[in-house]
Design a protein around this ligand. Structure first.
Ligand SMILES: Cc1cc2nc3c(=O)[nH]c(=O)nc-3n(C[C@H](O)[C@H](O)[C@H](O)COP(=O)(O)O)c2cc1C
Length: 280
């Protein structure tokens, strides 16, 4: 048994925040196939306006997946996430971690939503900083991050779990999490990258996917995930590690590097009934 966020789990696999965790049916299907919990699709406290543009995907010759989507098509509203939480909770007691994102580091933009998610039955809350883009270099950044995290740690009684991405270099951010009293960390998010199409031996930047918002996912992430995992675990954090997992061997490596739990998005989106294959 694995103890994670006060739940006893049979194996170390949960689903990352992604398409596989944006509906009750998807989450229940994962749970029926051995996945122990879900980090729900990220939500934000906003009103959805008219949505222009589509959610799109492409896979290149190395099986790297590229995806782009307008924010309002991609991100749940807080109300949708609260509804999703309550609906899933009525049907199963798996580990449920909603993911919340905001566009600033002001505590007032995060605290009320985190309290509502706790009341709706969350076991913990992932903090998603992806949509802020690169914040390194902002005035007062270090103090803002530590202040925000300290506020959230004391505002809710369940664990908060910041999600790291490469715009937050590990040797900068991990000591700040520790300083703020954070216990759990989620990693590693995708990287923004233009999708290049190949034709007759030549590459061109594709107009199929929006260049500014395209994210790249794939096996290339694993060494980075291992590196962030090792550093975070050595610093005493409980790491929910994923990003680049393609098979059970990748899971074994992450656990040896110090992960307490592993998470998968791409694999479980493609193969929602094959979670067990990752934990052989
Ligand atoms: C279609 C798609 C949507 C995603 N949406 C979110 C999201 O809303 N919030 C989040 O924290 N991560 C999101 N991610 C990132 C994943 O949680 C994960 O960090 C990333 O895909 C790397 O893991 P993987 O190699 O298992 O795919 C998304 C990934 C995909 C493929």
């Amino acid at each position: 048994m694995i103890d994670f966020m006060r739940k006893q789990l049979d194996n170390p696999l949960i689903a990352s925040s992604c398409i596989a965790t944006e509906s009750t049916a998807n989450v229940l299907r994962l749970a029926e196939n051995g996945v122990q919990g879900a980090i729900l699709k990220s939500c934000a406290d906003y009103q959805r306006g008219k949505v222009e543009g589509k959610r799109q995907f492409a896979v290149d010759s190395k099986s790297y997946t590229y995806a782009s989507s307008p924010f309002e098509r991609e991100i749940l509203t807080l109300d949708e996430c609260l509804e999703l939480m309550r609906d899933i909770r009525l049907q199963t007691d798996i580990l449920l971690i909603p993911s919340f994102t905001a566009s600033s580091l002001f505590a007032d933009d995060w605290t009320p939503a985190c309290r509502q998610l706790e009341q709706a039955g969350a076991d913990g809350i992932q903090l998603d900083f992806f949509y802020m883009g690169c914040i390194i270099g902002r005035d007062g950044l270090t103090d803002s991050i530590v202040y925000l995290l300290k506020e959230l740690v004391s505002a809710v009684s369940i664990p908060i779990m910041p999600k790291l991405n490469v715009n937050l270099p590990k040797d900068y951010i991990i000591p700040l999490l520790v300083k703020a009293g954070v216990e759990y960390v989620s990693l590693l998010d995708s990287v923004r990258s233009p999708y290049l199409e190949e034709e007759n031996g030549k590459y061109r930047i594709s107009s199929r996917l929006d260049t500014d918002t395209t994210s790249c996912f794939g096996s290339w992430q694993l060494p980075l995930t291992l590196s962030y995992t090792y550093t975070a675990a050595q610093s005493g954090l409980k790491v929910c590690a994923g990003g680049g997992i393609t098979c059970s061997d990748d899971v074994k490596k992450l656990l040896v590097a110090g992960a307490a739990m592993v998470q998968s998005a791409t694999f479980l989106t493609k193969y929602p009934e094959k979670g067990c294959d990752l934990i052989l």
